[in-house]
Design a protein around this ligand. Structure first.
Ligand SMILES: Nc1nc2c(ncn2[C@@H]2O[C@H](COP(=O)(O)OP(=O)(O)OP(=O)(O)O)[C@@H](O)[C@H]2O)c(=O)[nH]1
Ligand SMILES: [Mg+2]
Length: 361
């Protein structure tokens, strides 16, 4: 009987792109009313102002994982109408849409830090009550003018497209079946599907590698890349997008070449695809190179593959934190303690790089 981890958890629907129709609440109508002073015929305008409509805010919340919950149409609450006796209408409540950190609203905002927010559809202003004209010096304007002032503004309306780019400390880059999910499963509590066929993982998944002193590294298991991914082949753009914001990268190859693949040329293709994607900046990121499935190789074969991968990495000039690491993520677990330590060092170094950059910027 397979245990829970081997069976894999039922996957949730991951949505990383969504379209929304947003409308701010309209303002409340201003009131037109007259207050009769004593028994005299004198009257005083006392209509209160309408409340302002609520706005729609989009806030980055680290608890959220996907854009799935979002309803396609969202309208904020309208402001209440003003009342007689100078009563102001209540303002409409703001509607808050919580999205995962890493959501981009193109050209408007980048919600990368927890709590960062943007107001998208502003609520309408409430109408003025006729008490605006209660001054004793000025004569009352005609009713049409009062009615025009009492009219509230409608809330802003817009259609937007949100796009999620995962923010993880380290991203796993590899061909389908290389053992990315096996590695995430072996080092964290995440329970991805693992199976001996390519494209088992269809959506990116995040897991936390936890260390004894409480330090945590967030690792993103991204679906396998293939040659031509940087041109969009095999949904390459959708997957590479999630690696764009990771602090460091972990290249993983199937050293045993189970599917008749060659680990060295696989590694070259992976580096080529990353350099060809976007502005090619991903290749300059701190990284680790990992040879998986070494349990299927003899000692000499392992050493040869490590040396050749190391040569290729040095030729390409990528910023490796340590030499090539051999592991067996899905079988014996060999090499995993060394790898988890190296992952921590790589992430810490890239964080230090970022701090330095910010200081000198
Ligand atoms: N012998 C051996 N098999 C392994 C090892 N790691 C993973 N596998 C097997 O390789 C196959 C693919 O593993 P996955 O972890 O699903 O690979 P993946 O890179 O996530 O694949 P995709 O999700 O399709 O991109 C599974 O059958 C695993 O059992 C290992 O260290 N040794
Ligand atoms: Mg997988």
């Amino acid at each position: 009987m397979k245990n829970k981890k081997q069976r894999g958890r039922k996957s949730y629907r991951f949505v990383d792109r969504t379209r929304l129709q947003l409308s701010g609440g309209s303002g409340g109508r201003g009131c037109t009313s007259m207050f009769h002073i004593g028994r005299k015929r004198k009257k005083k305008p006392d209509g209160g102002h309408g409340g302002n409509g609520g706005s729609i805010l989009i806030i980055a919340d680290p608890v959220e994982q996907s854009l799935r919950w979002t309803r396609p149409h969202v309208t904020a609450e309208a402001g209440a109408a003003g009342g007689s006796n100078a009563k102001y209408g209540r303002n409409g409540k703001n509607t808050i849409i919580r999205v995962p950190c890493g959501v981009e609203k193109v050209e408007i905002a980048d919600l990368d830090k927890p709590g960062s927010y943007v107001v998208i559809a502003k609520g309408g202003r409430g109408g003025y009550g006729n008490m605006t004209f209660a001054s004793s010096n000025e004569p009352m304007p005609p009713p049409e003018v009062i009615a025009e002032y009492a009219e509230p503004d409608l809330g802003e309306s817009c259609r937007i497209e949100l796009e999620l780019k995962l923010i993880a400390d380290i991203g796993l880059v590899g061909f389908p079946n290389a053992g990315k999910s096996s590695l995430l499963s072996a080092t964290s509590r995440a329970t991805p599907y693992i199976a001996p066929y390519p494209f088992t993982t269809l959506n990116p998944l995040v897991g936390y590698i936890e260390y004894r002193d409480g330090f945590r590294v967030c690792a993103a298991d991204v679906p396998g890349l293939i040659a031509g991914a940087s041109e969009g082949k095999g949904k390459g753009h959708d997957f590479l997008r999630h690696l764009e914001r990771t602090k460091a990268l972990l290249y993983i190859v199937d050293a045993a070449g189970i599917d008749g693949r060659n680990p060295i040329s696989d590694f070259e293709i992976l580096m080529h695809e990353l350099s060809a994607y976007g502005d090619g900046d991903m290749l300059n990121r701190r990284c680790l190179v990992v040879a998986n499935k070494i349990d299927l190789l003899l000692k000499d074969e392992r050493e040869e593959i490590y040396t050749r991968l190391q040569e290729k990495a040095e030729e390409a000039g990528i910023r490796m934190e340590t030499n090539v690491i051999g592991i067996s993520a899905g079988a014996t677990g060999e090499g995993l303690p060394l790898l988890t330590k190296a992952i921590r060092d790589t992430v810490t170094s890239s964080e230090a790089d970022k701090l330095k950059e910010e200081q000198y910027a």
